[in-house]
Design a protein around this ligand. Sequence first.
Ligand SMILES: [Zn+2]
Length: 284
Amino acid sequence: MIKLTLPDINAKYLYTECIKGIADDALRLKLQQIENEIEAAETVYLQKADLELICEIAAINKNQNPIVAGNVLKSDLTKLYDQYLVPKVKSAREYYDEIFVAVNGVCPFCAGIGTAKTLDHFLPKTNFPIYSVTPANLVPCCRDCNTEKSTTYATIPEKQCIHPYLDNDRYFTERWLTATIVPTDPVSISFSIAAPLNWDDCYKQRVGNHFYEYGLAARFSKAAGAEISTIVDMRKGIMMNCSNEDFRDQLAGTGHDNKYLLNGWKRTMYIALSQSPWFCSKEF
Ligand SMILES: [Zn+2]
């Protein structure tokens, strides 16, 4: 839900850099034999993502360990990530860090609710080992998003989560998130999907699926609940003498502030609060 710039490193380059860290000559030579296959697979990945059809890339059964290309096994490629890209002592680690720091700690999948702690394989490496060290498939991610999504992947277009590097701008520049204020004590808020009416059903289902896969309804409500409690304290304190209309306008002002993400919980929450006559006129 946060659009990221695709890392300026291609798959073949990073693959080659990872291989340089291998001391075992036979393993290194075996892996070098499939550099072109790694490059070709990246081309397919980028083309499919551009068409919003990354789900068409064939998966490998996670319980099997077949040859992926040349004489290279799935386990050779997954180990390449675990043992030659991630460890801080390996020279290729600088590229891991380069991809990771580009987001300034903000997780793109939950629109910054969580702090990015790791790189997520958008297509899980256990099912798509050819993309174990493909930069386009490595997205900084928070622990909660990593846990929520686990190792699932889409097999039909409607189930594809939003790809922060490669997905269509519509998911980042058009409003599809909404919220409703629930008149309870304490005040609560319910987030849901309200995609543009002119969107194809597939686009609508994709944002809904992303919202579901990452457990965003509950996570957004929790984050918003803490903020609403602060707003209520302000309403009872420094904003006590503010008219209902001024209070509403202040909430709306924040809701339309472009410094907050269009489909983030905060902006959506402020709009919902400003549009709730019950909240704006309530005596706390
Ligand atoms: Zn996250």
